[in-house]
Ligand binder design. Sequence first.
Ligand code: ADP
Ligand code: ZN
Ligand code: ZN
Length: 784
Amino acid sequence: MIAKVEPLTPARALRGPFDYLLAGALEGVGVGAMLVVPFGSRRLLGVVVEVAERSDLPPERLAEPLAALEADVPAELVRLGLWVAQEYVTTPARGLALVLPPGTGTGAGRRMAARRSLSASITEAGRRALQGGVRLGERQRAALESLREQPRRVSALARDTGCDHGGLRRLEKRGLVALEQALEESRRPVLRGVGAGAAVTGMTRAQEEALEEVVRRMDAREERDRRLLLRGVTGSGKTEVYLRAVAAALRRGRSAIVLVPEIALTPQTASRFVERFGDSVAVLHSRLSARERYDEWSRLRSGEARVCVGPRSAVFAPLTELGLIVVDEEHDGSYKQEGDPRYDARHVAERRAEACGAVLLAGSATPRPESVLRYERVELRERIDSRSKGSTAPLCNPPGGLPPVELVGMAGVSGPLHQRTRDALDEVRRRKEKAIVLLNRRGWSNYLSCAECGRVWECPNCDVTLVLHRAAGRMSCHHCGHAEPVPRSCPDCGSMSVSRRGLGTEQLGAELERLVAPLPVFRLDADTAPGGGIDRTLQRFDSAPAGVLVGTQMVAKGHDFPDVTLGVVLDADATLRFPDFRADERTFALVAQLAGRSGRGSRGGKVVVQALDPDARALRHAAEHDSEGFVAGELERRAALGYPPYGNLIRVVCSSGEERSRDDGEHRTVPWGGAQPERCSGEHRTVPWGGAQPERCSGEHRTVPSPGPETAAAEAVRRLIDAPGVAVLGPAPLFRLKGRHRAQLVVKAADRSAGIAAVRSAVESVSSSAEHRGASYAVDVDPQ
Ligand code: ADP
Ligand code: ZN
Ligand code: ZN
């Protein structure tokens, strides 16, 4: 037999599969086996992607694999990994790395193996020997005695009885004990829950109906669409439906995957699955040690665990007989992977569920337009405890037990907080209640500028401003991590007056402390999060009788604090000021999700949303808890523009690390209103491209550096993308990031696979040409 082996190498150029001859002990290996193979003078680790009768190579050129690793992956996952490589325009090795045992990577890192230890058990002959008539040393007798009850690890036995490894081997030779390598128990990580988690006895009528829809799809015999969207307002009991759907899958002898956004932010959901299903659950999350991660993977692979709960990578869990994939909070951006391959776990889940006839259950209070359009739907319209709960009279209460939302305009308001917000926070202080305040910007202030000359402090590696972090005494770049001390004076003009512009969570926290004293203020953002800080902050807020939780979008995730009576969103339309077709969707979800955190308990609650333009469509719908209406408008707009889900977008970013001065005299000029570049000093003359007579500069334009290798490469890619129904926009310059100049193309394709294929062949051809050696390429299918 011939094994077709894909080598696991980070090298893009080395692409299999390569044929190897299977013989002897390795004759039986199948798809998914991991082999060590000779490759020229090297040895490589590879995965069997196909087994065939014959090879096109002459027999004398076929080598044999050197060894097979103990771990392997199901054939189904090998197919999934290769599909991801195709779909997201990357190498087979990078696609396969996603489905292999943790730590395998692209073969470069250190590998984990299951831990084994030698264990001894007594044989029948051994038992008889203890009754007499057989010559036994004192230690050997002690060892046999000790094994009478149960088998034991050899190391522990030697410690207790003094009968060492050699002594046991001699007993084994005489047939009195049996020795075998046994797998050691794996280490289970511990999960702590935060917030309310009362056991649920009955189901509401709406929950029953939703579950029935899931089960009907699970049991359907014929080929059919098994995707289902569970739209349910926050607190409507979606998690209970997931739990019962998982139980239904297990009862049918099938396994289940539950995808959740970052577990650190939502420990509650994961711990509910562990409570319900105990050891049949494996939890994968980012804070596991490498050993814990490997052990959880092995428990899934061996079938000991049949449910996997985890963030996006859990979609590759090595389960067989999959019956259900749940995608909780399906609108969450964390399902998209940022690095290569830039896969979207929701799209992969769809593919995997379809391939194995499993139900795909996506749930959210604010589902994506994509899912609303494409999936059949069930709804949970009411919060579980939906008494009328508004705490203030003038607003009428929305249906479903959700809190009333007030939009306030910030035009002409000085200071970060509107009077309505101050009043509401003051009420929380007086009544000793709880509030959550969201500001999606961390640090003390956005940027520093010189009051004299207008200098703005920027990152030396990225074309963005540095953010002041006062407690740390530094200014840092939120893109590359560059940090420098806070300046005392302006290096350009020497002025001592440096002003702070904009407000971040750090400063807001300090402001709130003054406002609500003596209530405590807890801050949650990427600065306070490292090292288990998230759990601790959430727990402290949960157990405090009263207080304010302030932070970035982290505070709007799925926590369930029953006694929050006020939610506040600051600068809610900041996200709308980004030129991105998903800006509305993101803004809507953020505000609606935070609104869902308030008023879950018996005291009711309300929400105040501050914005520059409180009339923005996304905000109006969010204030009315109107996901239906928002999505309808959004779909209309996207249909007109050919955006997803009515078309496919692929982004290609070409970059180069070349040193380049900002204005090397070779620049082009862009009229005001063009893309990012700086203002021109007016101190030069301009020469049109092609070199006609220089004209005096009017000063009314901005300058861009002349195109570098990244732009040339992007232009070359653009020229090569040539397929009907595929349009290319750009190249457009992006701001410099981590020292790299970038140029972007956006590809719009009516037909997904045609678009992907066109981009793949164009990028492969440009990236392998010597002319464009100076550039690198990142392809992002379905950019978020
Ligand atoms: P969601 O996931 O939709 O935000 P949860 O599943 O967190 O909602 O449910 C909100 C609260 O209601 C939880 O505390 C949960 O234990 C409780 N709950 C869910 N279903 C029921 C039920 N049928 N009866 C009573 N309480 C329930
Ligand atoms: Zn200055
Ligand atoms: Zn930077």
